[in-house]
Design a protein around this ligand. Sequence first.
Ligand code: GDP
Length: 191
Amino acid sequence: MRSAFGREDFLGDREREVAFVGRSNVGKSTLLNCLIGRRKLARTSRTPGRTRAVNYFLIDGNSYFVDLPGYGFAKAGKRERAQWARTVNLYFEQAVPRARVVLLVDGKVGATPLDVQAFDFLASLGARVVVVATKIDKLKKSQRARSLREIRAALKLPQDEEIDAVSAKTGEGLDALWRRISPRRLADSNG
Ligand code: GDP
């Protein structure tokens, strides 16, 4: 619906929103396309990390999915990292109070040190972070619980904090994730 590059571009009329963030190549664009149900809606950039804008997608008339830039792409220098932090910071300055963020972690790769940093940074900005493991189809059923346990441990999540596991490829877990972050749920929790 709209791309924001700087402070003046952010949408000011949002009531409900959920933002998506994750390491470059984690499967964010593919997942957003699945959730929104329209292929090629989230722009997939050929050069990982190229997309610096914050993209808003209108869901059900009055709620938004917000596509935050990916982080941790190859060859990212200090400048790119600062740029990512600046963009995310700007977004949170104007987001609804305690906005909900879906942090995507690759189910096969696990939580990298950059994922841990991103999680801590988001939490420090006051976001409510929902952790979601992506590409779960790459893991055998027998490996999944362990992968989720390791992600939980790396991010120091409480035992009772749920981690959704999804696959955009097979569709597994998408209904459960949708229920967790649906506009109705947001309406209940964001006021
Ligand atoms: P982004 O950089 O986070 O937006 O990642 P993309 O959505 O562009 O996906 C990166 C790569 O992972 C692409 O080659 C996708 O086809 C692949 N991918 C995305 N989601 C899945 C998934 O659920 N399962 C598998 N096996 N591959 C996926």
